[in-house]
Write a protein that binds this ligand. Structure first.
Ligand code: FAD
Ligand code: SF4
Length: 512
């Protein structure tokens, strides 16, 4: 039945070219008559002091998306409002829609609003469609774990590969004979290896206007100056092609490498786009698969990249919905210290953290292994409150949203969810950072010293963590080897480690 007044509400992180709500609404009403409402919510963007480049990316992409809808013949009611409720009420009052369609948000609070509060605000016919930004929404391959059983990402990933027919031979076995090429993908960067520069996108008039507004509002950390992210589907597709052409080939071997020379190495820099709908996960997966078939990249790089998108990304989203709302307050190591100041100003003698914090403050980005094995590793060893760490990530990173930060930071990085996301805590001493980076060579600290004035803080904090949690860690079969090292540390050395760790943590300036 045709309706006179149909409205569609598209959230800011749902900038899908083929948004399912638009197709659904066209069943009831021609696009020239339907109204698309989009809202920049003050409350949402002031929840944390978000990085100005993150806000620029989101608002500029939203405004470009609204323009593209207008060009396709839709009427768009683009609003700035105190919050979603006031924006929607304003829209309802002006346009009196009989029917409202929207797609379920990826984040817990937006979905809760749509399912619980919106029905009370809107008296017409409300439809909340299932979210299509994730492949798990289209296929839930993993049975609910039995009580007390852990979730394993590798099984999840293989099921996804089988279900979607990705990198498979005709007989459904994995191409190349193996599901996982991780052991080929742990190389440090060779000295002097030439690193590609990722594409930079010149801000257009819309983006420059957003940058001006954000700078004038004086809200948030960092600066909008120097913004060069893609803000349209077309630009995001160019960024994807640039990655396939220039970086995918070396993505695998060096995906865990870290260097003072580059924040991005051979990574794709696509997370910020796929998280707001400028790209889709399957588009990225099929493009990488095609690059393999065209002989442009080896299997270990292609499989490694696809595992990130089809495996890890989908798995953390699935974990988020399994564990919410409890995940937000999970704290199984009872960590309570506030976030160290050095993550807010990069003022530290720890060379690795200084470089990473500087990049994040300037550009809102650092790559995966720096997030996991430097920032989270430090915060877990130093007993930083998981919620404070998650808020830091949400504040600074251009690609950070609740559904991806909570399982990655609280689950994987800090192991604060009781091991549901990852079966072991990702902890390491300076040895790992020294092996995988060139940070230690020019650091004031010594990566091989465990105690003493020049000892790297990662070392005494690591051993202190093992001593403090020895009993719990011994109970975890995957951590046995780490704890075994404690056998070689005598009581006197243990006392020194504990004293130096306590002294370091006492004198560490905190962000309060
Ligand atoms: C502590 C921690 C915090 C993180 N915070 C975020 C975040 O706020 N936003 C975010 O999108 N990713 C996050 N990740 C995942 C990952 O680090 C980033 O997706 C990646 O670094 C983005 O850069 P890239 O696009 O160059 O990724 P690449 O290294 O090129 O990987 C390809 C793609 O795989 C996906 N991906 C890979 N690993 C993950 C993962 N663990 N979870 C979700 N997607 C993944 C991303 O879409 C990424 O674009 C976090 C990981 C950790 C350990
Ligand atoms: S010595 Fe320690 S603090 Fe310095 S760069 Fe290496 S790991 Fe980081």
């Amino acid at each position: 039945m045709g309706k006179e007044t149909v409205s569609v509400w598209i959230l800011g992180d749902q900038l899908l070219l083929d948004h399912p709500v638009l197709f659904e609404a066209e069943k009831y009403c021609p696009r020239q008559k339907m109204r698309v409402v989009m809202i920049e919510s003050d409350t949402r963007i002031r929840h944390l002091p978000y990085h100005r480049q993150k806000l620029t990316l989101l608002f500029s992409a939203m405004r470009h998306f609204a323009e593209s809808l207008r060009e396709r013949g839709f009427q768009v009611d683009y609003l700035r409002a105190r919050n979603y409720a006031t924006g929607l009420l304003q829209h309802f009052e002006t346009h009196q829609p009989e029917q409202l369609l929207t797609m379920a948000g990826s984040e817990y609070t937006s979905r809760k609003f749509q399912l619980e509060k919106l029905p009370a605000l809107f008296t017409g016919e409300l439809t909340v469609l299932a979210n299509t930004q994730f492949l798990t929404g289209q296929f839930d391959p993993y049975p609910k774990p039995e009580t007390g059983k852990r979730y394993v990402m590798e099984n999840f990933y293989r099921e996804m590969r089988r279900h979607f027919g990705v990198l498979l031979e005709k007989d459904s076995t994995p191409i190349g004979g193996k599901w996982n090429y991780d052991e080929m993908n742990r190389k440090p960067l060779p000295k002097g290896m030439k690193l590609p520069e990722p594409l930079a996108f010149e801000p257009d008039q819309i983006t420059r206007q957003v940058m001006r507004e954000i700078e004038e509002a004086g809200q948030g950390v960092g600066s909008a100056e120097g913004f060069n992210w893609a803000v349209t589907q077309g630009q995001a597709e160019i960024a994807l092609s640039d990655f396939l052409e220039h970086r995918l080939k070396n993505f695998g071997p060096y995906e865990d490498a870290m260097t003072t020379r580059s924040a991005t190495l051979f990574h794709s820099l696509l997370s910020a786009y796929v998280n707001i709908g400028l790209l889709t996960p399957m588009q990225m997966i099929r493009a990488a698969e095609q690059a393999f078939h065209d002989g442009k990249a080896p299997i270990n790089s292609v499989e490694g990249f696809i595992r990130q998108v089809l495996g890890w990304r989908e798995y953390v989203y699935w974990q988020y919905w399994q564990q919410m709302p409890g995940l937000r307050s999970a704290n199984s190591w009872n960590a309570a210290r506030p976030m160290p100041q050095m993550f807010w100003d990069a003022e530290t003698e720890m060379n690795c953290i200084r470089h990473i914090a500087r990049r994040v403050i300037d550009d809102g980005f650092s790559h995966h292994i720096e997030r996991l094995m430097v920032v989270c590793n430090f915060c877990l060893l130093a007993g930083i409150d998981p919620r404070a760490v998650a808020d830091w990530f949400l504040t600074f990173y251009v690609d950070a949203y609740d559904w991806v930060v909570l399982p990655n930071v609280i689950g994987m990085g800090l192991n604060a969810d009781g091991g549901k996301t990852a079966t072991k805590p990702y902890i390491a001493s300076a040895n790992y950072i020294n092996k995988m980076s060139d940070y230690c060579g020019s650091c004031r600290y010594h990566p091989k010293q465990r105690t003493g004035e020049d000892a790297c803080p990662f070392n005494y904090l690591y051993w202190n963590f093992l001593i403090e949690h020895e009993k719990t860690l011994r109970a975890n079969p995957r951590l046995g080897p780490n704890v075994l090292g404690l056998k070689h540390i005598n009581e006197d050395e243990r006392r020194k480690i504990k004293a130096q760790a306590a002294e370091f943590l006492k004198s560490l300036p905190l962000y309060e």
